[in-house]
Design a protein around this ligand. Structure first.
Ligand code: GRG
Length: 304
């Protein structure tokens, strides 16, 4: 978020400042957790760190920290969970960029992992990040019952009925002649599940109440969908330099997207309505939710 020119502030909260500080804490943890012993080949560690520490927005780990704080917890206790979701997210990007999937040359403003290294190394770097995420949760989340719950939730969100399942249906062109429900069914899993679980892990780390978890679930569902709509809009009208990746990809491949189904104006309206719904869901919280509000609005206004 540091490179964004969008600054969302109210009297007492600046997402720009919060994001900068959170990003530093998250990146320190990512560096420490990838300081693997000599059993890890040097090139593999380099490829893992190349992609993991590249300048992404760190939206999902920031959501973990914000959810923990909103539920009355200490964000420090949620740092291992924040690192774990970023590892899973990065693995998914590395694999998504491979020739067998999206075949991309540029990611986060840099050559993709398989271009900077080679395909086999990129596959293995993704595999290693996927497994390291669960090692980090199991070893560093406390108490053990919370660590186990975090592992189960993240596995479900990232796996065959979550992100991987959504990606498989998307690649298969499943529902490509379907309507808006079909499109949402793909993105609830492919993109939305990782947003939702980020909030869930933050809530678990803070010992959230059922009411808080339910509110975060509504917030996360709306936010995940709004994020995907803006992602589709950025593919149509975004700037490749700001995005750090190729744009106009979806239309080139004739993919089903929100703008292709609804048109640009209606897609924008839908994303705005979802962000308003996300923010309304935060009403039951008595604690500070300025960060979650600001992040939802950032998702609407982002340029990358
Ligand atoms: C390969 C198992 C597997 C899954 C891939 C995440 C994903 C599923 C594919 C990425 C393709 C894509 C562009 C999806 C749209 C939403 C998305 C995940 C965008 C990237 O997330 P950002 O914008 O990226 O948060 P940064 O780099 O900022 O972290």
């Amino acid at each position: 978020m540091t490179s964004s020119r969008v600054i969302i502030e109210n009297d007492s909260f600046s997402l720009e400042d919060y994001g900068r500080a959170a990003r530093e804490r998250i990146d320190r943890a990512l560096l420490a957790y990838t300081n693997l012993d000599s059993g890890c080949p040097e090139q593999l560690r380099e490829a893992m760190r190349y992609s993991l520490l590249a300048p992404g927005k760190r939206l999902r780990p920031i959501l973990v920290l914000l959810a923990a704080e909103a539920c009355g917890g200490e964000s420090e206790a949620a740092i291992p969970a924040a690192a774990a979701v970023e590892m899973i997210h990065t693995y998914s990007l590395i694999h998504d960029d491979l020739p067998a999937m999206d075949d991309d040359d540029l990611r986060r403003g840099r050559p993709t992992c398989h271009k900077a290294f080679d395909e086999a190394t990129a596959i293995l770097a993704g595999d290693a990040l996927l497994t390291l995420a669960f090692e980090v949760l199991a070893e560093h989340m406390q108490p053990p019952v919370v660590a186990a719950a975090c592992c189960a939730a993240l596995a479900r969100a990232a796996g065959a009925t979550g992100m991987v399942g959504g990606q498989a249906d998307d690649l298969a062109g499943q529902f490509s002649d379907g309507g808006i429900e079909a499109l949402e069914a793909i993105h609830r899993r492919k993109t939305g599940a990782m947003f939702l679980v980020s909030l869930e892990l933050g809530a678990l780390s803070a010992g959230a109440t059922l009411e808080q978890r339910q509110a975060l679930t509504i917030y996360g569902r709306c936010l995940g969908l709004a994020f995907q709509i803006t992602d589709d809009l950025l593919d149509v009208r975004g700037d490749a330099a700001a995005m750090g990746k190729r744009v106009q990809k979806d239309s080139d491949h004739g993919k089903l997207t929100f703008p292709s189904l609804l048109g640009i104006d209606e897609s924008v309206r839908r994303a705005e309505a979802l962000v308003n719904e996300a923010c309304a869901a935060l009403a039951p919280f008595e604690t500070q939710t300025a960060g979650l509000h600001a992040l939802a609005h950032y998702v609407l206004q982002r340029n990358h």
